[in-house]
Design a protein around this ligand. Structure first.
Ligand code: NDP
Ligand code: 2IT
Length: 449
């Protein structure tokens, strides 16, 4: 293990997910470091793992019963070497400093791969939007922004959505920012279309993950046509992954939430997906209801104590993890390989444990890690910033075409970087090396700051 990984573990022993993310990147870039002793001399690694700043704040709000609630708010401004801090906000009870530092760290390299000028950041709260009324969510978002507004700005730090933060939350956050600053600017992305949003932003992460999968398959002269696909999650990324898979002639057969998953052997088609969108985005219900609506589908509750997740044990060709971190462990990865999975494209951030990654890489399947495969979301966020700066909006077709080109470019960059450093076909090394090199060279240009 590189010294820097031990240093990070010693310094913040409780930030397990952050250690995991640092460990993976550092293992990939050892060859680059050997060729560039000047990086070590400039203490580049020590600077990369230390956020530019961490903002931690109290978020008090009043619930519908009139009771005062207190949550914790965070923004990690990780690295701004190649552009303003950019990255989502996550509202989920599991949110803590270690999780947000892992997400911010990943975001730095992901954003560097997009070809657009964006630094890396991430934020959020341990607030749980589940089961809250719209008014409670609004009061929470307003309180959250009443502190965050002084730290962000269209040329400083531009947050967006992530788990638990969608169009509704971005609306409330934007409304409060605009009121406090008396400024209408592109300070958030994922905005609705009538007030500065970009077409295709809601679709972008899921579509991008499927475009990345198509690029990977293309290296073996294969397509998605007829491929049976496992999808996890049922939120933004899972829904638009499923939509694009259906459009490309593939057959998605699973979806999940944190309580369980559905298996639909006949395939999830466009009508069934329309039901899921209404269920999840409007009624805010549970995926279990899919099996009540479509009785041929089977619902299985997830057992948090189990040593594997049965969703990943169904026979399939491709897998699109689109829920959360570490949702595929070593056993799940082995089950997938044994069942003939030939491609994994990660819509979620770091959904595979190190043991799982080891398995995928060892079995030489097409394995697209999150920071490459899910970069379509932040890419279209970057395009939303561009449109806001120009004060115009592009058509659906234009944004979608740019997204396709960006995903193709990320794929090519990964392939080339992996080859250059002696691990052809290894997208993990490719993505880490290419993202790292771009950020680090900018840091070297800027001197010791
Ligand atoms: P959503 O909140 O829209 O959906 C999240 C989905 O994942 C829900 O189905 C949720 O189930 C499930 N989920 C969340 N936490 C857990 C958990 N601990 N265990 C099991 N299931 C869980 O979020 P997104 O679709 O936006 O995000 C999904 C993933 O994609 C995340 O890893 C995110 O970081 C990543 N991502 C998102 C991007 C975006 O543009 N939105 C861009 C790039 C990556 P439940 O409703 O039960 O909580
Ligand atoms: O993980 C991610 O890339 C996101 N949640 C999207 C970030 C963004 O700024 O659009």
């Amino acid at each position: 293990m590189l010294e820097i990984v031990q240093h990070v573990k010693d310094k913040d022993p409780n930030e397990r997910e952050f250690h995991q993310a640092v460990d993976e990147v550092m293992a990939s870039v050892e060859g680059v470091l050997d060729q560039h002793p000047e990086y070590r001399h400039a203490k580049i690694l020590e600077r990369l793992v230390e956020p530019d700043r961490v903002i931690l704040f109290r978020v008090p709000w009043v619930d519908d019963q009139g009771i005062v609630q207190v949550n914790r708010g965070f923004r990690i401004e990780m690295n701004s070497a190649i552009g303003p801090y950019k990255g989502g906000l996550r509202f989920h009870p599991s949110v803590n400093l270690g999780i947000l530092k892992f997400l911010a760290f990943e975001q730095v390299f992901k954003n560097a791969l997009t070809t657009l000028p964006m630094g890396g950041g991430k934020g959020g709260s341990d607030f749980d939007p589940k089961g809250k009324s719209d008014l409670e969510v609004m009061r929470f978002c307003q309180s959250f922004m009443s502190e965050l507004y002084r730290h962000i700005g269209p040329n400083t730090d531009v947050p967006a959505g992530d788990i638990g933060v969608g169009a509704r939350e971005i609306g409330y956050l934007f409304g409060m920012y605009k009121k406090l600053k008396n400024e209408f600017t592109g300070v958030l992305t994922g905005k609705s279309i009538s007030w500065g949003g970009s077409l295709i932003r809601p679709e972008a992460t899921g579509y991008g993950s499927v475009y990345f999968a198509a690029e990977m398959l293309n290296t073996q002269n294969k397509t998605l046509e007829g491929k049976v696909c496992l999808v996890s999650g049922s939120g933004n990324v899972a829904q638009y992954t499923t939509e694009k898979l259906i459009e490309m002639g593939a057959k998605p057969i699973t979806l999940s939430d944190s309580a369980g998953y559905i298996y639909d052997e006949a395939g999830i088609d466009a009508d069934k997906l329309a039901f899921v969108k209404k269920l999840k985005n409007i009624r805010r219900g549970r995926i279990k209801e899919y099996a009540e609506e479509y009785p041929d589908a089977v619902y299985t509750p997830l057992d948090p104590g189990a040593d594997h997740n049965p969703l990943w044990a169904h026979k399939a060709d491709c897998a699109f993890p689109s829920a959360t971190q570490n949702e595929i462990n070593g056993k799940d990865a082995k089950n997938m390989i044994d069942n003939g999975v030939l491609l994994v494209s990660e819509g979620a951030n770091m959904p595979t444990t190190p043991e799982g990654v080891h398995f995928f890489l060892g079995s030489h399947i097409l394995y697209g890690p999150g920071k490459a495969a899910n970069a379509g979301g932040v890419s279209v966020s970057g395009l939303e910033m561009t449109q806001n700066s120009m004060r115009l909006s592009w058509t659906r077709e234009e944004v979608d075409e740019r997204l396709r080109l960006i995903m193709r470019s990320i794929h090519k960059t990964c392939i080339e970087a992996a080859e250059q450093y002696g691990s052809p076909g290894n997208y993990v090394n490719g993505a880490n090396i290419a993202g790292f090199t771009k950020v680090v060279n900018a840091m070297m240009d800027h001197g010791v700051v």
